[in-house]
Design a protein around this ligand. Sequence first.
Ligand code: SAH
Ligand code: SF4
Length: 418
Amino acid sequence: MPLSIDLNDSDTRADLSAKVAAGAPAEKINLIGLDRAELRDALIKVGVPEKQARMRASQLWQWIYWYGHQDFSAMSNIAKPLRAMLEQHFTLDRPELVEEQSSEDGTRKWLFRFPPRGAGKPVEVETVYIPESDRGTLCISSQVGCTLTCTFCHTGTQKLVRNLTSEEILMQLIVARDRLGDFPDKDAEGQGFVPEGDRKVTNIVMMGMGEPLYNFDNVKKALLIASDNEGLSLSKRRITLSTSGVVPGIEKTGDEIGCMLAISLHATNDDLRDEIVPINKKYNIDELLDACRNYPGVSNAKRITFEYVMLKGVNDSLNDAKELVRLLKGIPAKINLIPFNPWPGSAYECSDWNQIEKFADFVNANGYASPIRTPRGRDILAACGQLKSESERMRKREREALNAMHAMVAGHGADSDT
Ligand code: SAH
Ligand code: SF4
């Protein structure tokens, strides 16, 4: 089992140094998820000369993220003694893959088990891949459980177990690429990294379990590696972070990550939003939309996506559609209508299909692109708000009951344009 350090702690760098200095081969450090400075430090600690460390870190990043190598011995531009040293102290092992499911529509879902961090237990995390004609989107989790309690979201019924580390966030993307063939064939001599146009995962969305802005540092570190040209080289235009409305984190996201932003709006007045997205009591709609207006880099070419889950008789009237258009006036926006995905015990129903269409037509007529998310991964419970960890996983019978409930729809909010 791969061992790694807990990158959540503020004294991470000190921990890492101590572990490396102690030369603890029994506790190999996984290099995935370390930023450049941390990687350089780690190399210096095992004896790489300071002058070389920057260059070696660059080489390693390319092997790890361009080529997907898991084996130091295959890193041909690194001298053999150094490869041996790397092998002794570090690892690139992938996490345990507990389950892999493929839907009839091509959607894939992976269940990962990550080792305990500190005193905790192992945790399980789901990641979903959604292929479409013009893109392939990976839906990544940032936390196990969530501290927030949106009433329509299954993850919201599960207490926060812990934040995921930058390693665990990135691993979801790396293993998806391993499984989908997005890294070059290791035996094909001289083959470069897989160009953007040939990749299966073209877009990522932080729309799995958890609130990414309550795990900002780890999410930021992972997304900066995902978008780095020497890292996984995904364009920041193809990375979308979705928040329920953690206002103080919004400007930081634009300034420090620079990715696309999605807002889980779901209601057009504070009374209803207080009820269904309770963080609204802390940061209300006005404050949230102000933060959107001021989102660094927002423009007509870089619009904010507003997610709106369609709940029958709750937020789906034409009056709501009018209010939505009025509220978003002046904000470069797209509206993403998500048919509600039911789960056992949920108190809502999905809006009728013709109501969703009427709603969509109204916002379209008022100048907003408003795709309705088509059902994806229904048969493998891969849709929004259905992801959860082992502790809450359904038994087979419950699963079948839920599938039966899916007579209507199961859409997904994944969207990020190029
Ligand atoms: N915590 C973040 C990101 C994860 S949720 C957020 O709330 O934005 C990703 C999206 O799925 C959010 O828009 C969320 O509101 C939506 N969602 C959650 N449960 C859902 C359900 N049962 N049906 C449809 N969409 C749901
Ligand atoms: Fe948490 Fe997002 Fe679900 Fe709300 S919708 S409970 S913020 S994961």
